[in-house]
Design a protein around this ligand. Structure first.
Ligand SMILES: C[S@@+](CC[C@H](N)C(=O)[O-])C[C@H]1O[C@@H](n2cnc3c(N)ncnc32)[C@H](O)[C@@H]1O
Length: 349
C-alpha cells in the first residue's frame, strides 16, 4: 500500500535537501515534540481557551515544567506562538494540527497512541533492521503485527480504511473502464478493505458479481448494503495467507503486494492462482515503483519495510514473483496513475 499519496517528484537527487541544514534534516526533537503535543491534545486545548502552560498541564494531566519546555520548543520552530503573558497560540502551521482529515497527513496519525503513530516510532529499530534485513520493526518493537494491532483499534481501522477508500475513489471509475471486468463474471477482491473498489466495479459492470475477502468483513458488508449491492456483492472475513474461495473469474490484488515480503507475496499470488485455476485471472492493481530509483518514493518504501517488512516494488519485480507461482502477464493497462496487471496460469498466456 502506498501510505503516502504524494509522488516523489521535484529536484534531482543531488539537489534534494538543499536549503535545509544537516541539523534540521537529522532532528528528532521537533517530530517528537509535535507528536507529544498531538497525543496530549494540546492544539485542541489551546483552541478551547486553555492558553498558559499551567492551564494546559492541568487540562492534559502533564508536568507543567516539562510541558512548558516542550511548548517553548514548538514556539521556536514556528508551530506555536507565545505572548508576553505566557499564553500559547497556534501558528498557521500549528492550525494544521486541528485538521479533521487530510489522508495520512491527518494529525490523528501523529498521536502516539494510535497504531500508525506507534508504527512511526518503530523507526528506532532501523539499525536492527539494517543489520538483519528480515526483522519487522513494528513486530519487534510491540510484540504484535501491524494488522493485528489495527484490528484491535476500531477507530484507527475505520480511519485507515477511509484513507484507502479516498485514494481508491479518485481512480475507481478509470479502473472500472480500463479493463473488461464484466467478462470475468465474478471477482474476489483479495484484501479489498471496505469494498470501495468492488462497489465501483459492480456499478460500472452490471453483470458482474463479487466478494471481498479481508480480515474483517464488516466494513465491506456495510459499503455494499449502503450502495444497494447486497444481491451481487458479499464480504468474507478471512486471510489471503490461507487458501481463497475458488472458482471466480478474477482475483483482484489491489495495493497489497508492497505490504509483504517476497515470500508472502508469492503465497498470496499463489493462493490467487490456485483459486483462479487455468481459466481465471489474477489482476494486480497498484502504483508500482518507477524503474529508475530517482523517482521512487523512499519514504513509503521505508515505511513498508518498518511497518510490515514489505517494500515498494517495480512492475518487473512483481512480474518475477508472479512467475515464481506460475503466473504470466497477459496484459498491462494504465488506469489514472496506477497500473492494471492481468496475470494468468494459462499456458497460452
Ligand atoms: C493497503 S490496504 C488495501 C485495501 C484495498 N485493496 C485498496 O486497494 O484500497 C491492505 C488491506 O489488506 C488487508 N489485510 C491485511 N492482512 C490481511 C490478511 N492476512 N488477509 C486478508 N486481508 C488482509 C487489510 O485489512 C487492508 O484492507
Amino acid at each position: 500500500m502506498a501510505i503516502s499519496e504524494t509522488p516523489a517528484t521535484g529536484p534531482s537527487t543531488s539537489e534534494r535537501g538543499s536549503g535545509r541544514t544537516l541539523r534540521e534534516l537529522s532532528d528528532l526533537i521537533t517530530p517528537m515534540t509535535i507528536r507529544v503535543a498531538v497525543t496530549l491534545r494540546i492544539p485542541q486545548k489551546i483552541s478551547e481557551g486553555e492558553l498558559t502552560a499551567e492551564a494546559l498541564a492541568a487540562a492534559t494531566n502533564s508536568d507543567p515544567d516539562v510541558l512548558e519546555r516542550i511548548l517553548l520548543h514548538l514556539v521556536s520552530v514556528g508551530v506555536l506562538t507565545r505572548d508576553d503573558d505566557g499564553r500559547f497560540g497556534l501558528t498557521r502551521v500549528g492550525d494544521q494540527l486541528l485538521l479533521e482529515d487530510d489522508g495520512f497527513a491527518n494529525p490523528d496519525f501523529l498521536d502516539l497512541n494510535t497504531v500508525v503513530g506507534r508504527a512511526e516510532l518503530s523507526f528506532v529499530r532501523l539499525p536492527d533492521v539494517a543489520r538483519s534485513g528480515d526483522i519487522v520493526a513494528y513486530s519487534a518493537q510491540y510484540g504484535t503485527g501491524f494488522w493485528d494491532d489495527l484490528g484491535n483499534e476500531p477507530s484507527s481501522a475505520t480511519h485507515f480504511d477511509q484513507v484507502m477508500a479516498d485514494g481508491m475513489q479518485k481512480r475507481v471509475q478509470e479502473i472500472a473502464e480500463s479493463y473488461d471486468w464484466g467478462a470475468l463474471g465474478s471477482v474476489v477482491d483479495v484484501g479489498g478493505g471496505n469494498g470501495t473498489l468492488l462497489a465501483g466495479l459492480l456499478r460500472a459492470h452490471p453483470g458482474l458479481r463479487g466478494t471481498v475477502v479481508d480480515r474483517d468483513a464488516g466494513p465491506a458488508t456495510r459499503t455494499f448494503r449502503e450502495a444497494g449491492l447486497t444481491g451481487r456483492a458479499a464480504a468474507l472475513s478471512g486471510s489471503f495467507l490461507e487458501p481463497l474461495p475458488p472458482g471466480a473469474g478474477g482475483y483482484v490484488v489491489s495495493r497489497i503486494q508492497s505490504d509483504w515480503n517476497d515470500a508472502d507475496v508469492r503465497t498470496i499470488l499463489g493462493h490467487c492462482a490456485h483459486a483462479a485455476g487455468a481459466a481465471g485471472r489474477v489482476i494486480v492493481v497498484d502504483e508500482f515503483a518507477a524503474e529508475e530509483g530517482v523517482r521512487t518514493d523512499s519514504e513509503t518504501d521505508l515505511r513498508m519495510l518498518m511497518y510490515y517488512g514489505g517494500k515498494e516494488r517495480t512492475m518487473e519485480q512483481v512480474r518475477e514473483l508472479a512467475a515464481d507461482v506460475g503466473l504470466s502477464v497477459r496484459s498491462l493497462r494504465r488506469a489514472a496513475d496506477w497500473t492494471i496487471m492481468e496475470l494468468s496460469s494459462a499456458r497460452d498466456g
